[in-house]
Design a protein around this ligand. Structure first.
Ligand code: ZN
Length: 61
């Protein structure tokens, strides 16, 4: 059974439409979560990815 399953959710926001298309852009923030209880909240994306990776390494059996 996998105890850790980290997930990084990248935050996006909607920008004004161009030629009728909906547009989205990354805000530069992300949130790392894991079923074990890890939840970084919205933090700079680089830190979220780092936290997710470091978390896997730290939680390795
Ligand atoms: Zn975990």
């Amino acid at each position: 059974m996998a105890q850790h399953d980290p997930n990084v959710e990248v935050e996006i926001r909607e920008t004004p439409p161009e030629n009728g298309w909906r547009c989205f852009e990354r805000t530069g923030r992300a949130r790392a979560t894991c079923p074990c209880g890890l939840d970084t909240g919205m933090i700079p994306a680089k830190r979220a990815w780092g936290a997710g990776l470091a978390h896997i390494v730290a939680g390795w059996p």
